[in-house]
Ligand binder design. Sequence first.
Ligand SMILES: NC(=O)c1ccc[n+]([C@@H]2O[C@H](COP(=O)([O-])OP(=O)(O)OC[C@H]3O[C@@H](n4cnc5c(N)ncnc54)[C@H](O)[C@@H]3O)[C@@H](O)[C@H]2O)c1
Length: 266
Amino acid sequence: MLEKLLITGASGGLGQICRQSLKPLARTMRLTARSGLGEAGEGEEIVYGSLDDAAALAEIVEGCDGIVHLGGQATEASWETIRAANIDGIVNLYEAVRLSTTKPRIIFASSNHTIGFYPQNQRLDTRSPVRPDGYYGVSKVFGEALASMYYDKFGIETASVRIGSCTAEPENYRMLSTWLSHRDFAQLIARIFAVPVLGCQVIYGASANSAGWWDNSAVSFLGWQPQDNAEAYRAKIEQSVPRPDPDAPVAKYQGGVFCADPIFKE
Ligand SMILES: NC(=O)c1ccc[n+]([C@@H]2O[C@H](COP(=O)([O-])OP(=O)(O)OC[C@H]3O[C@@H](n4cnc5c(N)ncnc54)[C@H](O)[C@@H]3O)[C@@H](O)[C@H]2O)c1
């Protein structure tokens, strides 16, 4: 059991899920966001701050022995927005960890958009070269590279989880391949904190989808066995969602519509 687990981006979609599902992992959960966390519940601490504020982050990180880093810009945006949250923000986080007395293990919410330009008929493993599909995907590649450097230089351990689509249930054809159930995500996080030695790993965050594209055998030592399979929702999707044109980016590339995004300007 962790003493103090920090969740960044705790007011976001996955942050709210993790606030509930990760309670059994730690004696205390420290939740951080820029706003909107409500009252602290039993075993919770709430600390507000922005990822771009290095001094605030240093205080937020101190005393924690695990971090689930969910905070950041979670879709494509202008470079200025991406840079503040996902480049400067993650540098601030790793510096805070390096300078902390507790040296927490980190789970970094990376993304399938690090490899978005691979075609959907290609199977990938965790050693496949990256093919990001926008500034957002590039920023997640940066986060993974930063994690690697902080491991090699300072021994700080990270699991970069390339989350597919973490939703209550799969909502479209692409998600039959990319879906990560909330339950499987929580169990993956528990395994990452449970193993005695983690090192620095990349993991595809997807359930046991029959139509999946990603091979996690390099991280089988984690003992993570996803329980859910998007296939159970195929009939529902076929009834309710129009099948996309096979030449459209959403049907062609692993990153889906992100591959068709323009370069954003603010
Ligand atoms: N939900 C998914 O399926 C999915 C898929 C791939 C990757 N991810 C990653 O998982 C993480 C969580 O995703 P989510 O769906 O909960 O996104 P979200 O947008 O709901 O939550 C992100 C949180 O980060 C906060 N944030 C943004 N910039 C910040 C800054 N500068 N300082 C402090 N906080 C800041 C936002 O306010 C928000 O609360 C993100 O990093 C996202 O890139 C999610």
